[in-house]
Design a protein around this ligand. Structure first.
Ligand SMILES: Nc1ncnc2c1ncn2[C@@H]1O[C@H](COP(=O)(O)OP(=O)(O)OP(=O)(O)O)[C@@H](O)[C@H]1O
Ligand SMILES: [Mg+2]
Length: 149
């Protein structure tokens, strides 16, 4: 029997019917996200991952315009403890490419949000908070929150 299987703790599910509701949920989850330090944003293309990062930036008081880091791969906003780092692993194809971003340099310095973090789960720190966004047929989003122990 494997004794090192990580236990996944489901912390809850929220429903966002509008972009505004996503912002309220991001505000509610901010203390949890700051405590984890790293957040993996998961869900299909167009699920609302980038929007969730924009909502988080708003709740952190960041006024800069957050854009999708699909090509730049890593962007940082804000300053001090409320710095936000935004990465997107969608276009990355190997562990080496992810490691080449040097994300660990930012560890402990603000909040790291990673779109498509589940592409390389072995490269996420154990404390990573996972936020999986599931689009529903009526256009609303289910937001599932979990964390490995
Ligand atoms: N909670 C929500 N309610 C309604 N519409 C939403 C919600 N969240 C996101 N959207 C809409 O979904 C579309 C896609 O959002 P977004 O770009 O954030 O997706 P994504 O998951 O980052 O996509 P990708 O996988 O391409 O990076 C946008 O038009 C956005 O306005
Ligand atoms: Mg995106």
């Amino acid at each position: 029997m494997a004794i090192d299987n990580p236990v996944i703790h489901h912390l809850g599910t929220r429903t966002a019917r509008t972009l505004k509701e996503t912002t309220s949920i991001a505000a509610e989850l901010l203390p949890l996200m700051l405590k984890a330090g790293v957040v993996s944003l998961e869900g299909p293309l167009g699920a609302g991952k980038t929007h969730f990062v924009k909502a988080t930036a708003l709740t952190m008081g960041i006024t800069e315009d957050v854009t999708s880091p699909t090509f730049t791969l890593l962007q940082s906003y804000g300053s001090g403890e409320l710095r936000l780092h935004h990465s997107d692993w969608y276009r990355l194809e190997s562990d080496a490419e992810v490691l080449g971003l040097g994300l660990e340099d930012y560890h402990g310095e603000g909040l790291m949000l990673i779109e498509w973090g589940d592409k390389f789960p072995g490269l996420l720190p154990p404390s990573t908070l996972r936020i999986r966004i599931e689009p529903m047929p009526d256009g609303s989003r289910l937001i599932h929150i979990s964390q490995h122990s």
